[in-house]
Design a protein around this ligand. Structure first.
Ligand SMILES: C[S@@+](CC[C@H](N)C(=O)[O-])C[C@H]1O[C@@H](n2cnc3c(N)ncnc32)[C@H](O)[C@@H]1O
Ligand SMILES: [Zn+2]
Length: 289
């Protein structure tokens, strides 16, 4: 897609219906590419089609950087995480209907777009604090709208407006997940397993996945949700040296590794590497309010 046609990207009407003003919580309308509430708080759509609803600064280092986003786009295009996208879409589909799927920490919208493919009447809202990532998300699917927001703040999303909340390797705000979710909806969470990329952790000193993450995941969400089912998605894949570089650049280790150290270690990889990719997709149902 060229930059000249990016102006047509906007927010689907059902996404606008689900949004609320991030300042005063009143309903909003979209008029002439401006999201506005009756109290006159207004937020312009970016040329790329997402809306930035933030009005306070977010802590530095929270959002993915442009380099992390570019690496994720290149890596995901390579298709190695397609089995995960397929499992996420399979989990979202039974609950989506003609409702709203809110992807909390959607990044470039890759998984949300695949879920919308599987749910032909649903609409998607991508929330993320990274405007750079949402430029991509806003054009990842025709039924997807994107809004810049910090997930740790009360969301600019109406209560009981979502059929599904999706969360893929991103911050989990259980109270807000529950507030926006319908009682008959579902929360779908994807997390990496300890074996995920373990061969690379050894090779390039990446941040390792905490073994007790799953227990902590349940503890974070247990006040609001009950686990309904869990699916393991594990594949042995062969990554090209370029894909190894992409996966390191896009991941959490990109925040921690010094550029020179990282490049030195990565430069030594010249052959394809056998790597384990391993995720858990968990489906939770809301607990009674
Ligand atoms: C590891 S990425 C995953 C992105 C996407 N779900 C994917 O798998 O392709 C984590 C995402 O969470 C976003 N993020 C981190 N902290 C956030 C916050 N406080 N509020 C909103 N988004 C946040 C980052 O900008 C990034 O896009
Ligand atoms: Zn307002």
């Amino acid at each position: 897609m060229t930059s000249t046609d990016s102006g047509k990207h906007s927010l689907p009407p059902s996404v606008v219906d689900a949004l609320r003003c991030s300042v005063c919580s009143n309903p909003v309308d979209l008029v002439d590419r401006t999201v506005r509430c009756e109290n006159g708080h207004s937020f312009d759509l970016a040329r790329h089609g997402y809306v930035n609803l933030l009005h306070a600064k977010t802590p530095a280092g929270t959002a993915d950087t442009p380099d992390m986003v570019a690496a994720r786009v290149e890596f995901l295009d390579g298709g190695l995480y397609t089995p995960l996208a397929t499992e996420i879409a399979r989990s979202v589909m039974p609950f989506a209907g003609d409702g709203l799927v809110v992807d909390a920490g959607a990044g470039t919208g890759y998984y949300l777009a695949r879920a919308l493919d599987a749910a032909p009447e649903a609409t998607g809202l991508a929330l993320d604090v990274s405007a750079v990532a949402l430029r991509r998300a806003a054009r990842a699917h025709p039924r997807l709208g994107a809004a810049v927001w910090n997930l740790w703040e009360p969301w600019p999303v109406k209560s009981v407006s979502a059929s599904v909340v999706l969360n893929v390797f991103a911050p989990r705000n259980g109270a807000e997940f529950r507030r926006v979710l319908r009682d008959d909806g579902a929360l779908v969470v994807a997390t990496p397993n300890p074996a995920h990329l373990s061969e690379l952790a050894a090779l390039v000193d990446m941040v390792k996945v905490d073994d007790r993450k799953e227990e902590r995941l349940d503890a974070t969400l247990s006040a609001f949700f009950e686990l309904e089912g869990r699916q393991d998605v594990t594949r042995e894949v062969s990554m090209t040296p370029e894909q190894v570089r992409q996966v390191v650049r896009m991941g959490p280790s990109a925040h921690h590794l010094h550029r020179e150290d990282r490049q030195g270690l990565l430069a030594r990889i010249v052959e394809p590497v056998a790597v384990t990719t391993s995720f858990t997709v968990s489906v939770y149902r809301p607990a009674p309010r």
